[in-house]
Design a protein around this ligand. Structure first.
Ligand SMILES: Nc1ncnc2c1ncn2[C@@H]1O[C@H](COP(=O)(O)OP(=O)(O)OP(=O)(O)O)[C@@H](O)[C@H]1O
Ligand SMILES: [Mg+2]
Length: 241
């Protein structure tokens, strides 16, 4: 086993709101780790800590064996941690191609030429090669989600952090996003995928982590976790006990 990311005793409080108390997990190289948890559990906050947008109150984060807590978000992006945002926010008045290029130039520090080549490759992966000249503001939700993933892929991440990219999509569109994440994994990129949709976890991940009450409650094979008493307790207040 070789972990690309190790999170230890991660905690954060906003005043008296102790959102994360102690979160511990490892992301294996090349795996897709799903993250589930109720609304307000701190899933997005955790991504914001991993990308350096929020500073944790305690804990350590090791990326490829190196502690990165002191790095800012630009350094982490250059180092290989890419992300999407829960609410996609493309530059509406820029084209699909330009939006992807921004990821390469500003996210990864590429030259314009490198970023152009990368953008063409990424457009292929996300299935938007035939819409490169369209303004992002004209895209439907599925294509906006694809573009959001594309902008992150253009930064050439080693780890891709996805925050509810399947939200609001139809059943068949969710299937396309699952396929896209599989294609990303095939490229050797490790993924953390936050999602509320059960199907994405069962079909699109290697392991699932349940985040609730500020801690990592359970982590394991998708079906085992989805059928666990911990999940029923957290979501239904039921379970065996
Ligand atoms: N910058 C911030 N300042 C203060 N409180 C915050 C901040 N960001 C998040 N919170 C609080 O942290 C808690 C967790 O929020 P977060 O957005 O991480 O939940 P989530 O698990 O992503 O939920 P959802 O599934 O609805 O997206 C919430 O109570 C929220 O109000
Ligand atoms: Mg969230």
């Amino acid at each position: 086993m070789s972990a690309i990311l190790s999170v230890n005793d991660l905690g954060i409080s906003f005043g008296s709101n102790h959102v994360l108390k102690s979160v511990n997990f490892e992301l294996e190289k090349g795996e897709v780790l799903g993250v589930i948890g109720p609304n307000g559990a701190g899933k997005t906050v955790m991504l914001n800590i991993l990308t350096g947008i929020l500073k944790p109150t305690k804990g350590t984060i090791a990326f490829e064996g190196k502690e990165i807590s002191d790095q800012n978000s630009t350094q982490r992006c250059h180092g290989g941690i890419g992300r999407t945002f829960q609410v996609p926010r493309p530059f509406e008045k820029m084209t699909v191609f330009e939006n992807i290029m921004v990821g390469g130039v500003f996210g990864a520090g590429m030259t314009e030429k490198q970023a152009k080549e990368k953008a063409l490759e990424v457009a292929e992966t996300i299935g938007l090669s035939d819409k490169l000249g369209l303004f992002a503001g004209k895209l439907g939700l599925l294509d906006r989600k694809r573009l959001e993933i594309g902008r992150a892929l253009a930064t050439e991440p080693k780890i891709l952090l996805l925050d509810e990219v399947g939200g609001g999509l139809t059943e068949s569109e969710v299937g396309l996003i699952i396929d896209l994440v599989k294609a990303v994994k095939k490229q050797g990129i490790s993924v953390i995928w936050i999602e509320h949709i059960i199907r994405t976890m069962l079909e699109g991940t290697d392991r699932v982590l349940l985040l609730a009450d500020g801690v990592d409650v359970v982590c394991g094979k998708p079906l085992d976790v989805m059928n666990s008493k911990e999940v029923s307790q957290v979501y239904m207040g039921g379970g065996d006990e």
